[in-house]
Design a binder for this molecule. Structure first.
Ligand SMILES: CC(=O)CC(=O)C(=O)O
Ligand SMILES: [Mg+2]
Length: 171
């Protein structure tokens, strides 16, 4: 619930509501068939993205650290144990800004399923208990402004609220 900062170098801050998969056990090179055994549960995350910084980094072939990894760039909701989720591919995510619905989408539309993501990532990176995988956002992303009120959730499971504040250089 603490405020989300718009970095001093950012003029286009985009909230991206995303299903987050929380790992329950260490795994490396797991098959798609076995991948769900390593999931502890889920959360909703906001992948706060400084889009203007990302565009610059993309154009110059630079990493996206300034775009995606500033303080407060990834608010995480309460944890939802996997026993509370019958099927992670049948969840509806939503984002409201100042009470207006901006984004709503279904995890059935994800390009890659949760087991595909875990299996692929674990070929490259050892996953540990507590690691969180963000899965991408539905269409309709747009920029928020200072003092905007963000509310996001997964229907029937969890929701969270944040205010946007402008970071001042040196603060
Ligand atoms: C280009 C992006 O920032 C993509 C992204 O994060 C997404 O969720 O989609
Ligand atoms: Mg994202």
């Amino acid at each position: 619930g603490i405020p989300v900062q718009r970095p001093y170098y950012c003029r286009r801050l985009h909230p991206e509501p995303e299903l987050a998969v929380v790992l329950g056990r260490r795994t490396r090179g797991v098959s798609r068939d076995d991948a769900m055994r390593y999931v502890a549960g889920y959360a909703l995350c906001l992948d706060m993205t400084a889009r203007d910084a990302q565009d610059t980094c993309k154009a110059r072939g630079l990493p996206w650290t300034l775009a995606k990894s500033f303080d407060t760039s990834c608010p995480v909701s309460d944890f939802v144990p996997k026993e509370h989720v019958a099927d992670p591919h049948r969840l509806r995510l939503w984002l409201k800004v100042n009470g207006q619905l901006w984004q709503e989408g279904d995890t059935a539309d994800m390009l890659f399923s949760v087991p595909e993501l875990i299996s692929y990532i674990s070929e490259i990176i050892t996953l540990h208990e507590g690691d969180v995988i963000l899965t991408g956002t539905p269409p309709g992303v747009a920029a928020v402004e200072e003092h905007d009120e963000l509310e996001a959730g997964i229907h029937g499971l969890v929701s969270m609220r944040f205010t946007v504040v402008q970071q001042r250089l040196g603060a």
